[in-house]
Design a protein around this ligand. Sequence first.
Ligand code: COA
Length: 325
Amino acid sequence: MSFVKFLGIGSAAPEKVLSNFDFEKMIDTSDEWIRSRTGISERRIAEPDVASSDLAYEASIKALEDASIGPEDIDGIIVGTITPDFIFPSTACVLQSLLGAKNAFAFDVLAGCSGFIYALHVAKGLIQGGSAKKLLVIGAETLSKIMNYEDRTTCILFGDGAGAAVITASETPGILSSCLGANGDGWEYLYMPGGGSRMPTSEESVKNGSHFLQMQGKEVFKEAVKALQSSSLEAIKQAGITPDQIDLLIPHQANYRIIEAVRKRLELPEEKVFSNLDRYGNTSSASVPIALDEAVKSGRLKKGDIVVFSAFGAGFTWGASVVRW
Ligand code: COA
């Protein structure tokens, strides 16, 4: 069986910044409350005419350049997203057209904030099973489009962005392990009620705000800490290493207090945990690949280092992966 490694990465975020101070003018909140409860200072917001595939496109072009290959060299595109351009067709198909990636199959993965980790796991399996050699794996979100900017318990948390990775069959190992999990009993804690077959869009559904993300933050918080810890440990075990061998943990960027709780449970020093949450907020599927791109570009992650990705999201879903960079 062949190994799978990363060949290129890239990320993109809209230029427009929405800061905590902007929120002070919009809702009953404060910069102090948001920073102390979440660690977030600002997030990026897409313009009205920008969809998730547009951010995915920007990130993908950078990842392809980084990998020194063209769109026609890609065998498949997998996009993790909870804010697709449309319910159907997939955002991956729209992206395939934008890129002109004529030889690629394309589909989306819907796994909440674990979308990139789920997509990576599936992509690894496809390559190892011989179905593809080079795949584009993306997390792309425009969460601002499903935010209720009158609900202070959710709107301060989320932002827009995309991260992309080219992965390839390899003779040397890159991805050392990967594991996924889910608990569907938690679906109601974090979801968007309207617009699907359960509650098709109607005048009433829009009036009720059913087209916005809804969340019970406290429950999600507790489950996130547990799942991020257990999935990281599972992936570390599967990789045949111990936590002290980790050079960098890139956890899903949801809340600074969640990241800190996980760091302490894994007994990692602060310098071994990457966070850019303060500048992006929670970008769901895009959070891990954007953070990965920044970790590499800033020199925090170097060739040969061992990095752990872990994520948790709506569903509930979770997953982790250990990679020798
Ligand atoms: N500004 C000011 N006050 C706010 C506020 C805001 N933006 N949002 C909530 N509050 C208020 C609440 O109304 C509540 O007031 P009350 O005591 O008068 O009822 C008080 O702050 C405490 O709210 P609580 O929900 O207990 O705060 P918390 O410490 O649990 O923090 C979250 C709330 C949402 C930040 C936190 O629960 C969280 O981060 N959860 C996980 C969310 C997440 O990461 N989801 C995605 C996972 S993939």
